[in-house]
Write a protein that binds this ligand. Sequence first.
Ligand code: HPA
Length: 280
Amino acid sequence: MPQTAAEQLTQLRAAAAYIQQQAAAFQPEFGIILGTGLGALAKEVQVEHALSYADIPHFPVSTVESHAGRLLLGTLGGRRVAVLQGRFHYYEGYTMQQVVFPVRVLKLLGISKLFVSNAAGGLHPEFRISDLMLIDDHINLQPTNPLVGPNLDELGPRFPDMFAPYDAGLLAQAEAAAADLGFGPRVRRGVYASLPGPMLETPAEYRYLRTIGSDAVGMSTVPEVIAARHMGLPVLAVSVITDLASPEHLKPVDIQHILAAAADAEPRLTALLKRVVEQQ
Ligand code: HPA
């Protein structure tokens, strides 16, 4: 049975209350979601409290090996952050409400901005492996989205607009930070298409995704961004290009190569996000 809005809110509030109680009323300013193989940012955080997802009431528990499944509360570049080390994907069998549960809890804890990372396949012909792509728009090709069902009126409107899903000010700051750090040419901008996975795409699907205007493709992020925008949170999202899916580069991809490319890009992603967070 799908849950009512009241049931969902009760669970979200219980999770937030537990976190506050465990973390001595720590109040994060910003939320950060770390994607596949992109956990290194966590090492830069001066962790004050680390909570296992399994201990937080109603939190889904991560099934993907490359995801740690912990909520870190601490400071990054002098700012108070809540870091979700491990996210939930629709392909794992969670409902969209479960996929976005952690983001909604972070909003209840008081975050005012959301930073998101993911691993993605590059479709733009100029992209190279381990480039970073600042997401400036998306195409939701997941079979559903987290706002289907009763609206959580306390969190946001029934019909949120998606005119500017990615914050223009944060994008400009990220581009300036990339230039400053000397990563300029390897930091791109583009449209992210989100598919359910878990299988990668066929050659015809990659051509289709390119034709409809995608620069990168992955299996996450868009549900969380939709939930964040519903709640009025400005979002900065960054993809690490872990494989090339444009027709001239297409070859079989395997998860080991994806993780290796993510590891290669990780120091740049970490430095970039840290710099942007510091500047808020
Ligand atoms: N397709 C979908 N998801 C991905 C890819 C891809 O090529 N690379 C990393 N995540």
